[in-house]
Design a protein around this ligand. Sequence first.
Ligand SMILES: O=C(COP(=O)(O)O)N(O)CCCCOP(=O)(O)O
Ligand SMILES: [Ca+2]
Ligand code: NA
Ligand SMILES: [Zn+2]
Length: 311
Amino acid sequence: SYVNTREILDKASKEYYGVAAFNINNLEFLQAILAGAAEKKSPAIIETSEGAIKYAGMGDYFKGARIFVNMVKEFANDLDIPVALHLDHGKDFNIIMACIKAGYSSVMIDASHYDFEDNLRITKDVARIAHAAGVSVEAELGQLAGIEDNVEAAENVLVNVDQAEKFCAESEIDFFAPAIGTSHGAFKFKGEAKLDYDRLKKVKEITGKPLVLHGASSVVQEYVKIAEEHGADFGGSKGVPSDVLKETVKFGINKVNTDTDLRIAYIAGLREYLDNDSKQFDPRKYYKVAMDYTKQVVMDRIDILGSAGKI
Ligand SMILES: O=C(COP(=O)(O)O)N(O)CCCCOP(=O)(O)O
Ligand SMILES: [Ca+2]
Ligand code: NA
Ligand SMILES: [Zn+2]
């Protein structure tokens, strides 16, 4: 069934398990994610960036938002697991409104590159409108290093715990993303993967909210190797190890944003297939291994985060 994201996350927060939020840009990733979640009897959060919405709508983001809502609802209505659709890293007010109007379960207003007061003001405005339309809201404090929707953050800016208290109390958001040392993409750490567990524990204690980990992909080396055997160059790739991920869930992370892991599994399967079958040109065949690997990563992630059977 198609549900509101906070329904999934309030339960996860109470029971201290994680639910992966998987990014999609097309039909094939959606099919692979829902197949994996259904097999694990796990709730599923599907999320799309502003870039994905523009991509699907060929530049028309109202159309893109409607395409994703209709695709997800079509599948969700026939599944026994709860499925939500979330706007990831909403920055453009028009796109946030388009998603609310199209029927997204939740939206992220990411104003974390503004100063605290502006972030709080913008977040309060979006939360008021979204809640009036029955849509739940995610917002962020701190910054992940690297490019984030064309916002360049040179360094990681970790969440300030006192600011988090005021932010969550005054903004009325439903779930909160504290930056604790991760970054987006496949090259997250130069050295050891260290996250600020102490800050995370304090934010959980003070806010009592469902919490979101951005940049949470593990960059599974099994699929990196397959991709590299078939021509990819992902040298130096490093993600959040699964034992570190489990620690963050233990300390209160509930929504675990996962995009890169699916991208790597998919390209590994596609490269492998194309190298092994020179005669094939049916997309229902040559995407198959890519979708199988992606489904496998979805199921492995669900096992790591503990959301199997939580429906
Ligand atoms: O936090 C995460 C997941 O990060 P990770 O999977 O890279 O670790 N996300 O929010 C996913 C970011 C998706 C970026 O999409 P565009 O390329 O379309 O802008
Ligand atoms: Ca941000
Ligand atoms: Na998000
Ligand atoms: Zn993110």
